[in-house]
Design a protein around this ligand. Structure first.
Ligand code: DGY
Length: 322
């Protein structure tokens, strides 16, 4: 029997590409150049399993391709706001993602952003590198203390809980959260956490960390009005999706000192960065590095491989979304 044909849209870590080559008739993307819409459509018609990642728009247009031979979309990444699940289901496609394996890594980045923004770390480094440091003095670059403060999570799923683990047990922080689908009570009890509305979280938290999915339900959830509810010493952290924040409202709040700072790993319209952020000394900016550790990126690839294995063995893949 011939091997199933698999198309991968971007370069993956070498060990998982090697396994793909061994198991499948695979088309890799050695050059790592993103596919155009036409190329995505053509690829869907030329394989049994199609493996995009979170930057490939697998929307209704792409899924309207005349010929779709793929039976499964094994997406590399946990977020799935780039895939129109209804359209995929209508075309008879199974869709999977890669949860769990990137939880800790993403929470590490979120905690790092919180610390860096609250304690003005990247601002201080720029100051040092520019040769502006004249020496220690009692009032030099004073910032906000982190230990013992209140962390507010918008969304309280796996990554938020891993963030709460770090903040509560590592930094003695009080945890408050908002989530329309809260976790079981034993999880809430573990962190001694308190559930409240988004608005109450924004008003009460010293640090607000976003952990909700992107897409139409959370589009610009952090708009001018809600950012305006945050405390003036507060810091906003986003390791979730860029479109949850209205960039113009956040830039205005950072420039006017309405809030103390922001730590951002994701941006609406990325990789294009709103130039307004570059003028904000109080913003720590990262290029979507949440899951970017060698171990995690390999584990994500292995999770796709496990989903494909199950699918082709006639089993239900563990990460089946539709
Ligand atoms: C995801 O997997 O959704 C991330 O954004 C990339 O790590």
């Amino acid at each position: 029997m011939s091997k199933p044909r698999v198309i991968v849209t971007r370069k993956w870590p070498e060990p998982v590409e090697a396994k793909l080559k061994e198991l499948y008739d695979v088309q890799l993307n050695e050059n790592d150049v993103a596919m155009s819409v036409d190329e995505l459509k053509a690829a869907l018609g030329n394989c049994d399993a199609f493996c995009p990642t979170v930057t490939d728009p697998i929307n209704a247009d792409v899924l309207s391709a005349e010929n779709i031979s793929a039976k499964i979309i094994g997406s590399y990444g946990v977020g799935f706001n780039h895939i129109d699940l209804d359209a995929a289901k209508a075309r008879g496609l199974t869709v999977t993602n890669t949860p769990e394996v990137l939880t800790d890594c993403t929470a590490d980045i979120a905690m790092g952003l919180l610390l860096a923004a609250a304690r003005r770390m990247t601002e201080g480094e720029r100051h040092l590198r520019a040769g502006e440091w004249t020496g220690w003095r009692p009032t030099h670059m004073m910032a906000t203390k982190v230990t013992g403060k209140t962390l507010g999570c918008i969304g309280f799923g796996r990554i938020a809980q891993a963030m709460a683990q770090r903040a509560h047990f590592g930094f003695g922080m009080k945890i408050i959260f908002s989530d329309p689908y809260p976790p079981p009570q034993d999880v809430i009890d573990k962190f001694d956490a308190t559930q409240m509305s988004v608005e109450e979280v924004l008003q009460q938290a010293d640090f607000v960390s976003l952990h909700c999915p992107g897409g139409k339900d959370t589009y610009h959830l952090l708009n001018e009005e809600r950012i305006g509810m945050m405390q003036s010493h507060a810091v906003l952290v986003n390791s979730a999706r860029g479109d949850v924040i209205d960039n113009q409202a956040l830039i205005a709040a950072l420039k006017s000192g309405k809030i103390a700072g922001a730590g951002l790993d994701v941006f609406e319209g990325e990789p294009k960065l709103d130039p307004g952020f570059l003028d904000c000394e109080n913003a720590v900016l990262l290029p979507h590095l949440g899951s970017a550790s060698v171990e995690t990126r390999i584990a994500m690839g292995e999770r796709v491989l496990e989903n494909l294995r199950a699918f082709f063995a006639g089993e239900t893949p563990r990460d089946k979304l539709v």
